[in-house]
Design a protein around this ligand. Structure first.
Ligand code: C5P
Length: 308
């Protein structure tokens, strides 16, 4: 049973206060894009995980655990516990989504494992039930199940699909090393404490991005892209500033750090413009590598037999 599951980017990300549980209240607009991990589930004697990179070099997946702490393994174990199945499954993960890149790579693998195990064990849970299991594993798991474009609230785990028109053409600038999401949130808290408790928007607004998406206006979307975590990510990785400036100088309609970074995302006016931007950005020497992706795309789904 092989499942394909997309990466996410955040078109807007407003972060409220840190809550008692350590998480921050969010209001974010997610979009699923055409960069996918694959998770294959097969019957085994015990829960096992393998991970490989879809493109060489394999150093891209260094740091991804292959034990019970892998988010896909945790998702399978949570689903087994919730449905009374035995978690005896082998999960083979093929990664294309950058590790610790701010693109929900770990949550994507958890979502993939949920859909694959649900199909393998014939547990017959609907998306909402799988999302409830997934939310306990990672904040972005529910969105990776649904895909498309959606508003995320709570910790990001409450997902409401949004109306969008058109297809958007993105260029991703991948960084040399990942950034820890927890450290980026901690840096944001530190910066906010330093700035004499300037008002934190607890009920933040995503209306600029949402109205641009509703009308299919890429120029307006480019202008409205916003991420409260960006200054913290740049503080921890100052080279991101240069990457963002290069993308804008090369003609992107807008650009920002995706989620907690360090991946930077640039919007182009058309598919050919995105191809051109990707080539120029690759030549500018401001990132490890670039990827051309489109969105929105559907969430985690089982591939026809013989395709994985
Ligand atoms: O839920 P997830 O595993 O993706 O979160 C990783 C880390 O990011 C959390 O442990 C927390 O430090 C931080 N986080 C947060 N507020 C959120 C989501 C994540 O502080 N809404």
């Amino acid at each position: 049973m092989t499942v394909q599951v997309p990466a996410k980017i955040n078109l807007s990300l407003s972060v409220g206060r840190r809550q008692a549980d350590g998480y921050h209240a969010l209001r974010t607009v997610f979009q699923a894009v055409s960069l996918h991990d694959r998770v294959t589930a097969t019957v085994a004697d015990e829960l096992r995980v393998t991970v490989r990179a879809s493109r060489l070099p394999d150093r891209e997946i260094v740091g991804v655990p292959v034990d019970a702490t892998n988010l896909a393994a945790r998702a399978a174990a949570a689903l087994a516990e919730g449905t009374g199945c035995r978690p005896d499954v082998r999960l083979d993960i093929v990664k294309a989504i950058p590790v610790a890149g701010g693109m929900a790579g770990g949550s994507a693998d958890a979502a993939g494992a949920l859909v694959a195990c649900d199909a393998l064990w014939a547990t017959g849970l609907d998306r909402a039930a799988l999302a409830a299991v997934g939310a306990r594993v990672g904040s972005d798991v529910p969105f990776c199940l649904y895909g498309g474009t959606a508003l995320g609230t709570g910790r990001g785990e409450r997902v409401t699909p949004t109306l969008t028109r058109g297809r958007y053409h993105w260029v991703l600038a991948l960084a040399e090393d990942g950034l820890s999401t927890a450290l980026v949130y901690a840096e944001l808290d530190r910066q906010r404490a330093d700035t004499a408790r300037r008002t934190v928007r607890v009920e933040p607004d995503a209306s600029g991005v949402l109205s641009a998406l509703r009308s299919g206006d890429a120029v307006a979307l480019g202008r409205a892209l916003t991420n409260d975590l960006q200054p913290a990510a740049i503080r921890l990785r100052p080279s991101l500033q240069r990457t963002l400036e290069a993308g804008r100088d090369l003609g992107a309609l807008g650009g920002l750090v995706s989620g907690s970074g360090p991946t930077c995302v640039f919007l182009a006016a058309s598919a050919p413009a995105a191809d051109e931007l990707a080539a120029s950005l690759a030549g500018a020497g401001v990132c490890r590598t670039v990827r051309r992706v489109d969105g929105p795309v559907p969430g985690a789904r089982v591939l026809p037999e013989g395709v994985g």
